[in-house]
Design a protein around this ligand. Structure first.
Ligand SMILES: O=P(O)(O)OC[C@H]1O[C@H](OP(=O)(O)OP(=O)(O)O)[C@H](O)[C@@H]1O
Ligand code: HPA
Ligand SMILES: [Mg+2]
Length: 179
């Protein structure tokens, strides 16, 4: 285990099994709808890549980069679009792929942007849900794991851009960010 991680919450195998389950459900529910699947960079890059390999129906992919945490464990409250989509969303069934819903600010901002661009439907798949810190009133349609109120890293999630490459998700030792 990485030395800066205090506890592993879910192993690589547990995550892979869950992602497969989510992919199966999405394949069933989106049959015939050719969804536009949107990866919310950077955090969702690993989940997106594993999830779409488990979706068996035709789909299109696009990427949007947003950021609100920077080098902090608390949301700045301001969501910044760093890279916008290439494919128009108007009239499309959208599946937003998020690594984590924490305060919910990123997702509520994104949903608002996509609604204003006249998406036909908006559905959310989030691998991790941290309900304890929610300030925006929203939930994922497809949810992987509900996690405790702690700052987690790995499987795409970072602290100050580190730890994204860990294949599992774990709680970061508080002394790493409190010093
Ligand atoms: O529900 P919220 O409180 O808004 O938090 C969730 C968002 O925060 C993280 O992104 P971050 O801003 O750290 O950018 P990153 O994905 O590039 O790490 C994470 O990847 C989610 O997109
Ligand atoms: O717990 C977290 N870890 C990493 N990134 C995050 N973005 C929101 N919450 C988290
Ligand atoms: Mg981050």
């Amino acid at each position: 285990m990485q030395n800066d991680v205090q506890e592993i919450l879910y192993t690589e195998k547990q995550i892979q099994d869950k992602v497969k389950e989510m992919g199966d459900m999405i394949s069933r529910d989106f049959e015939g709808r050719n969804p536009l699947v949107i990866c919310v960079l950077k955090g969702a890059f690993i989940f997106m890549s594993d999830l779409v390999k488990n979706i068996s129906i035709p789909l299109e992919l696009d990427f949007m980069a947003v950021s609100s945490y920077g080098h902090s464990t608390k949301s700045s409250g301001v969501v910044k679009i760093i890279k916008d989509l290439d494919i128009p969303v108007e009239g499309r069934h959208i599946l937003i792929v998020e690594d984590i819903i924490d305060s919910g600010l990123t997702l509520s901002y994104l949903i608002d942007v996509l609604e204003r661009r006249n998406a036909l439907s908006i559905t959310v798949a989030a691998l991790f849900d941290k309900p304890a810190r929610r300030t925006a009133d929203l939930d994922a349609d497809y949810k992987g794991f509900v996690i405790p109120d702690a700052f987690v890293v790995g499987y795409g999630l970072d602290y100050a851009e580190k730890y994204r490459n860990l294949p599992y998700i774990g709680i970061l030792k508080p002394e790493i960010y409190s010093t």
